[in-house]
Every structure is written in C-alpha cells, then in structure tokens.
Design a protein around this ligand. Structure first.
Ligand code: ADP
Length: 447
C-alpha cells in the first residue's frame, strides 16, 4: 500500500513538475491532476487486464509485474498451479479407484439418487447388458427388468441380496446366467450395486440336491423290496422251495445295493484323489485279457443260449500310464455295457490301437439298439439312463459312464460316444500321447 501511495504521489509530482517546467507555475495544479488521472487510468487498465485473463480461465496470466496487480497475478498463478496439481492428483486417484473396480471379478454399478446409471465396470456391463456409452444416465430399472430386481431396487431395504435371472440381458445371446445382486447405499442416497455370477454355484447346488434325491431313491427301492420279503418270511409259514426263492430274491436286492454303494464310493474316491502320475505303466494286453474274461462271463449269464459274438483286437502292443484298477474298471464298464444292452446273438468288438497322432484308443463297438442323439450329451450324468428297465434287469446303477468319464479325465483323456439308433454304438476312451508307449519286454502283469 505505501508503494501505491508513493507511486501515485510520484506520478502527480512528476506531472506537476513537467507542467511548471513547460507552462509555468500557473499550471502546476493541472499537471498534478493529469498525473493523478494518468496513474489511475494505468491502474484501472492493469486491473481490467488481470480481470479479463481470469475471466478466460487464468490462461496467460501476466508474469510478475510491479505493484499490487503484479503481486496479485503472481499469487493467483501460484494458487491456480496448486489447484491444478490437486485436481490432477485427485483425477489420478479416481482413475486408480476405477481401475480397481474394473479389475473386480464382481460387477459394480454406481447409480444416483434417482437410480440412473453413473458408472459401471465391464463385468457389470456384460452381466446386465449395459452399453457403457449409450446407457449412462439411463434408469437401471429400465434396463434390468426382472420384477424381483425392480422391486428390490425400489424397496430401499438392502440387508439381503436378490438373485435374478440375467439370461435374457442384452448381448448375452440367451446364455443362462443367474446373478446375485446386493445394493450398498453411500454418500446419502447414491447406491452401489455389486453383482456376482452364481450360475455355477446354483447349478452345483441343484446337482447336489438331485444327487441326494437320486441316491435315496436308488437305495430305497431295493430296501423296500427287502423289507417286504423279510416281513413275509417272518409272518407266513412257507414251503422250503418258496423260502429259498425269496431268499434268492433278497440276495439279489442286497447285491444291487452293494453294487450301488461300491459305485458311489468309487466315484467319491475318483473325485477326491490327485491325478494319477506317469510312474506306473500297465500293458494293454493284460487289461484287455481281464476285460475279455469278465465280458465272456457276463455274456453267458445274460444270454446263455444265443451268447454274443465277441471279438478282441490289439493293433499295437502298448502300455498305458495310470492307475491300473481305474483303467481296468473303465474299460470293463464299456464292454459290460455293450454286452448288457446288446441282445443275445449281437456283435461286440473291442479294439486297442494307436492313432496317427500317437494317442491310444480303446474302443467298444456293438450292434445293439443304439442311443438317440438327444440322450448322448447326458449319458455321463449320474443316474441318467435311457433304458431304465434294461439297466435294472442287468444290474446297472446308472453310474457306470460317470465313472468312466471321470477315469478318462483323470488320465488326461476323453470318452467319445457315437451311436445310431437301430445300428449300434461305439464308446471310445482316448488316452493322451504322454500316457501311451510301446510295450517293453519286461512289462506285463496287471498291478
Ligand atoms: P447303467 O448302469 O444304467 O448302465 P451307465 O452310466 O453305464 O448306467 O449308462 C447310462 C445309460 O446309457 C444306460 O442306462 C443305457 O441306457 C445307456 N447305454 C450305455 N451303454 C450303452 C450301449 N452300449 N448301448 C445302448 N445304451 C447304452
């Protein structure tokens, strides 16, 4: 301030001095006035210039000049620089937060007080069918129309999640999807939605329920029959032949239960144990020999008169790496199925060969009734049966192919099924190159 007063007085004095010099003493007063006016005009012009620059956003602030306007410009420039830095840091932090939300495996949607979308991550965009450009500021309830979700969003009671069906969300192409959505209010009435894909969890839960129901049913049936026979034996005086017939039927039922429990235990063992190592090699010839023994026995039991035309062919003398008992059980299962479902007199051919790419294939072809295409994808499901009565009659549990598939997968292989109704089926186990090698002289016996 003293500097301003000093410059103001100096301007008046200089102008008064010049007036006296050029025009004499009479004009000293005029000179002082003109000096003061000039100072004020310059001052006003500098103030105006600064104001204009600030109005235009502060770009091109005059560099530090003399006097109060110079200092003001300098201080404003410093403040603006600090503000810019803060803003940049805040932006960077915001971008980091958004990147973290993007990286989340869950869907995240931020909506404002009215339920309009403010931001969403890619997972949520894919789950709800939100177009990140077009749908911003749209009401979320207009895009996700599941009534349960709309009611949940409007309820303002978010203590629990809601599970919705997002199968028909835009861009999903009808692929099944179940989402668990939970809303978390923040900053007043703004809301954050977290969504989680629970399709697999729900499917697993449904499978578990079905499995328990199936097992109970499968066990209850023979148990009911057994209980009936026990009651009869207890209450009725029976002839020795009749008594022995009943006991035979009871033995059959308990055998059926035993087979079922054994298959269940096998399945749970397969699921719970580590994948077989490459350390144990078994000769295919030995595995096939055991299959042949079992198969011929089964054929003569099921079709004592007509029998089956069974053939066994080993195209390459190989060894397989894996658990011999599992491999044996999978191979026998396929052969036994072929015999069980092919009527007497039919043909069943078993081959082992090494494919051109080095993989090994064990295949069982039969001339049985064949399986309609719609059943093929479901054959390896537990308890799935096409021919329920034939399965029961021949001692099936409905778990055979599930076990075979597990064994194949544990050994890095696959189960291939081809079938034509009226012509027969072909079930093949294909083992990866790493688990197949040419037989060595010493190898042989089944462990
Ligand atoms: P199951 O103990 O009932 O035989 P599997 O899991 O072994 O159970 O087989 C599932 C179903 O697949 C069988 O119930 C049967 O309907 C069908 N199936 C399996 N193998 C054959 C085959 N070789 N020919 C015709 N149907 C078959």
């Amino acid at each position: 301030m003293p500097f301003r007063i000093a410059t103001f007085l100096a301007a008046s004095a200089v102008a008064a001095g010049l007036a006296q010099w050029f025009f004499g003493w009479r004009f000293v007063g005029w000179g002082a006035w003109i000096g003061a006016l000039a100072w004020l005009t310059l001052d006003a012009w500098r103030a105006n210039r600064l104001l204009n620059v600030l109005r235009q956003g502060g770009e091109g602030l005059p560099s530090r000049g003399p006097g109060i306007w110079g200092e003001l410009a300098e201080r404003i420039r410093k403040l603006l620089r600090e503000r810019e830095q803060d803003t940049r840091q805040a932006q960077e932090r915001l971008q980091e937060f958004l990147a973290a939300f993007q990286a989340s495996p869950n869907g995240v949607v931020l909506v404002d007080e009215q339920g309009r979308i403010e931001w969403c991550n890619q997972t949520a965009a894919a789950q709800f069918g939100i177009d990140a450009d077009r749908d911003m500021a749209q009401h979320l309830a207009n895009l996700v129309r599941d009534p349960a979700f709309v009611a949940y969003l409007a309820s303002w009671n978010y203590s629990r999640d809601v599970v919705i069906d997002a199968t028909h969300a835009r861009g999903r192409g009808g692929q099944p999807m179940r989402l668990s959505v939970q809303v978390h209010p923040y900053a007043g009435n703004r809301r954050m939605l977290l969504s989680r894909d629970v399709t697999a969890v729900e499917q697993a839960e449904a499978m578990r329920r079905d499995f328990v129901a199936n097992v109970s049913h499968e066990i209850r049936t023979p148990l009911t029959v057994l209980a009936g026979f026990v009651e009869t034996l207890q209450n009725l005086p029976l002839e020795p032949e009749e008594r022995s017939r009943y006991l035979n039927l009871m033995a059959q039922q308990s055998h059926r239960m035993e087979t079922l429990v054994n298959d269940l235990l096998t399945l749970s063992r397969l699921e719970g144990s580590a994948a077989p190592t490459l350390g144990q090699w078994t000769r295919v010839k030995a595995l096939m020999a055991q299959c042949e023994d079992e198969g011929r026995g089964l054929s003569s039991r099921l079709a004592p008169q007509a029998g089956h035309r069974l053939s066994f062919k080993i195209e390459a003398d190989s060894e397989i790496a894996g658990v011999p008992t599992e491999l044996q059980s999978a191979m026998s299962n396929l052969l036994n199925n072929a015999i069980r479902y092919t009527p007497g007199g039919g043909e069943v051919g078993v081959t082992w060969r090494v494919l051109p790419d080095g993989r090994g294939e064990y295949a069982v072809r039969d001339s049985g009734p064949g399986i309609a295409a719609e059943h093929l994808p479901r054959l390896t499901e537990r308890f799935y049966r096409v021919d329920r009565s034939r399965s029961r009659e021949t001692g099936g549990t409905g778990l055979g192919l599930a076990i075979v598939k597990h064994v194949a997968q544990r050994h890095g292989g696959e189960l291939r099924i081809e079938s034509t109704v009226g012509q027969g089926s072909r079930f093949a186990l294909v083992f990866p190159v790493t688990r197949v090698r040419a037989a060595r002289a010493a190898a042989g016996a089944l462990a």
